[in-house]
Design a protein around this ligand. Sequence first.
Ligand code: SF4
Length: 255
Amino acid sequence: MKVGSSPASERREALTDVLRRARGCVRCAELAATRQNVVFGAGNADADLMFVGEAPGAREDELGLPFVGRAGKLLEQLLGEIGLERADVFIANVLKCRPPSNRDPLPAEIANCSEYLMAQVDLIAPRVICTLGNFATKLLRSDTAGITRVHGRAEVHQIGPRSVRLYPIYHPAAALYTPRMLEVLREDFAGLPALLAQPAPAQPLSEPTLPVLPPSGQDGSTSASTSASPGPDSTELAAESEPGRAPEPGQMELF
Ligand code: SF4
């Protein structure tokens, strides 16, 4: 069992509940109206290594899976170079829905969606989180320092109730067309095995508990932007859920 967390089976079940909830989420009115799929994240729900990117792109939105385009292929290639594969890690984004025309996430959207990411971190309980690019790095470091300044340097941060080693690196999409950036990304990736070999950081003293998202209608969404709307009501959530039967884990790309 991971230090300071519940058994993997319980955490996985709770993660599936968070996923179901995210699938019905309409906190960001514009994104909810234009998305094809909520891209919750995929991978090993008990991974030691988690990647957090920015937001789904067109292909991810179409398939409902993160990092399935060229940047995803590069991520898989870099993982392979350090002896890992996609099934070893969990991959998620700051936003679970695609911003139209791949525009930058808005601050209110990031605030709306961060609860899902925090629940993912708490339930997966990774020892290392690689933030990919500026948006994930600034959010999880709670700092405005950009990726150029902080990439390749691991720091222990408290994310929600957990202490995690954060390791910011460039977003693979930024390295697709810039050989120098790909070189830096590859150098930073090479630091991951040593980081994963380190013991988990000491956890804050508390009993392990499963995170509970607020009930629908009281979900804490912000209305700081015109793109944000009140949280999902029970009708919307009911429309998303499968009556009487939970989705199979394989359908949700959680394993
Ligand atoms: S908070 Fe916004 S981006 Fe996140 S799942 Fe809900 S509608 Fe999508």
